[in-house]
Design a protein around this ligand. Structure first.
Ligand code: OGA
Ligand code: NI
Length: 326
């Protein structure tokens, strides 16, 4: 059916998508001072309504971000023989480069992207499996992953204050792991025919995305797609499925996708803050109102991930096996 010409109007590139530079920008330097309570409330409100926000004055040095994004671009520009050792379609390989989605052989339409992903925790162990080229990859990305994690924890701390939870609520196992997912979208001859990344919510707790200076990210809000205009030296933050579950739907995971363009390559880096594999996820008692019951059953995070990848991240289906119906 997808092949019918009469269905083409549904294709992503044939729509005019409004671009939005009104997505909330939070100045994190203010969270250090007397404005902290107001900033925590701002972040909470943005997480509840928009599910996305951006942060500036975030404490990650600008030159580190520039070096990291450059080293990612250099990685994708390497000749094929330098990338072959990390290229793999085996989902069990923790550090791998692949094309389109993790389900290349069974997807209807291939995506216009290459993706490099690897864990970042525990750093001393996983750095050994990261790409060896470009030669400065490991050193720069290690520093970046430490800073991105720090930033993620600061934001989680503000969120927990906003929710009225104790300090350190999202610490320990809930935010122990991290994964770096680097997307590379070469210029696409016809962006109307496919996407860079199809619609999904991230399976994690929280995502800290650096989308570079090229547009491509779109968020689904109130029944329509809205483009997120890049803001220089800002990070885009979005709520993942686990935060939705833990908060018993007080926070909602953000549905988003990426479109391509025909002019320039776009490289983005998504830093996923994840629970540890064996961490038990369930709605926290303090976030279940007295007139509510838990909306999800307890499960181990690794169970969620397995299910997520078998459903290819389908946002309608991937919470279903964990839902409880009152
Ligand atoms: C992701 C993602 C968006 C982008 O990697 O999960 O949603 O703009 N990326 O690359
Ligand atoms: Ni995503």
């Amino acid at each position: 059916m997808e092949k019918l010409v009469s269905s083409w109007f549904t294709r992503p590139g044939n729509h005019v998508i409004p671009r939005c530079n009104t997505i909330l920008v939070v100045d994190l330097s203010k969270a250090l001072a007397h404005d902290r309570i107001a900033i925590a409330q701002q972040i909470l409100k943005a997480s509840q309504e928009f599910r996305f926000f951006q942060v500036v004055n975030h404490g990650v040095p600008e030159n580190l971000v520039t070096d990291t994004m450059n080293v990612f671009k250099e990685f994708f520009e390497l000749p094929a023989e330098d990338k072959v050792s990390v290229y793999s379609n085996n989902l069990k390989r923790p550090c791998r480069l692949y094309t389109s989605s993790s389900n290349y052989d069974h997807e209807n339409v291939h995506l216009w992207r290459d993706n490099l992903r690897h864990p970042c925790h525990p750093l001393e162990d996983c750095i050994k499996i990261w790409p060896q080229k470009p030669t400065r990859y490991r050193e720069i990305v290690a520093t970046y992953s430490i800073e991105a994690k720090k930033l993620g924890l600061r934001i989680l701390e503000l969120l927990s204050e906003g929710l009225g939870l104790g300090s350190g609520f999202f610490g320990d196992k809930l935010s122990e792991s991290s994964l770096l997912s680097v997307n590379h979208y070469p210029p696409c001859p016809d962006p109307s025919l496919t996407l860079g990344v199809s619609r999904h919510c991230d399976p994690n707790l929280l995502t800290i995305l650096h989308q570079g200076d090229e547009y491509g990210l779109q968020v689904f809000k109130d029944g329509e797609w809205i483009g997120v205009e890049p803001l220089h030296n800002a990070f885009v933050v979005n709520i993942g499925h686990q935060l939705q579950i833990i908060s018993n739907n007080k926070l909602k995971s953000a549905e988003h996708r990426a479109v391509t363009n025909s002019r320039v390559a776009r490289t983005t880096a998504a830093f996923f803050i994840n629970p540890s594999d064996d961490c038990v996820i369930e709605p926290d008692k303090s976030l279940i109102d007295t007139n509510e019951s838990p909306a999800y059953r307890p499960f181990q995070f690794k169970e969620f991930l397995l299910n997520y990848s078998s459903l290819m991240g389908n946002p309608e289906k991937c919470l279903e096996p964990f839902e409880l119906h009152a």
